[in-house]
Design a protein. Structure first.
Lengths: 116, 109
């Protein structure tokens, strides 16, 4: 079964440092998402990406955040200057056009970001 | 805005049936999803409802009433491996989903 792959699985960074979280969505999917989940809290939407541009973003996704699809496979989330409150599990997700609503998201296994 | 409510915790016995409820108030509606999430893992898709009624998939069924802003997930013949969090999520008029806090289900022998 096709998978969404995320790297690294765990990253520890110092406050103020930049981090890049990487995702390889399923190859024939066209809609890509980043969600985050702070420990013990709900899954929160960050940003959606379609046709090489952001289609929606949440209030959480401020100027410190950016997304890119630098080539045909990778999808990255960059946090420019990390804060303690950015510590969370970050999930990449993708859906297949036309059937996405029926199938729901395919989530990657997540990157646990710890800001110290 | 979006508001999704579901019970925080539930406990049930192996082999039994459990119903997890979800109520929602959203500014747009384009479907309701249920996901299962084991501790430390990513959510996995269980079911999708966009029209009123019951959708059945094996041991899991999901029901939707759009007029009442209400859904439930029904799990039959509970197994120990069903112990997990169950997340109700509403897709709005775009393609993003808003998740509830999740219901932690504990299945006891």
């Amino acid at each position: 079964e096709p998978e969404v792959t995320q790297t690294p699985s765990h990253q520890v960074t110092q406050m103020g440092q930049e981090v890049i979280l990487r995702c390889v969505p399923i190859s024939n999917h066209l809609y890509f998402y980043w969600y985050r989940q702070i420990l013990g809290q709900k899954v929160e939407f960050l940003v959606s990406f379609y046709n090489n541009e952001i289609s929606e973003k949440s209030e959480i996704f401020d100027d410190q955040f950016s997304v890119e699809r630098p080539d045909g496979s990778n999808f990255t989330l960059k946090i420019r200057s990390t804060k303690l409150e950015d510590s969370a599990m970050y999930f990449c997700a993708s859906i297949q056009p036309g059937t996405g609503a029926v199938l729901g998201y395919t989530f990657g296994s997540g990157t646990r970001l710890t800001v110290v | 805005g979006q508001n999704i409510d579901q019970p925080t915790e539930m406990t049930a016995t192996e082999g039994a049936i459990v119903q997890i409820n979800c109520t929602y108030q959203t500014s747009g509606f384009n479907g309701l999803f249920w996901y299962q999430q084991h501790a430390g893992e990513a959510p996995t898709f269980l079911s999708y409802n966009v029209l009123d009624g019951l959708e059945e998939k094996g041991r899991f069924s999901s029901f939707l009433s759009r007029s009442k802003g209400y859904s439930y997930l029904l799990l039959k013949e509970l197994q120990m491996k069903d112990s997990a969090s169950y997340l109700c999520a509403v897709r709005d008029s775009g393609s993003k989903s808003t998740f509830g806090d999740g219901t932690t289900l504990t299945v006891k022998p």
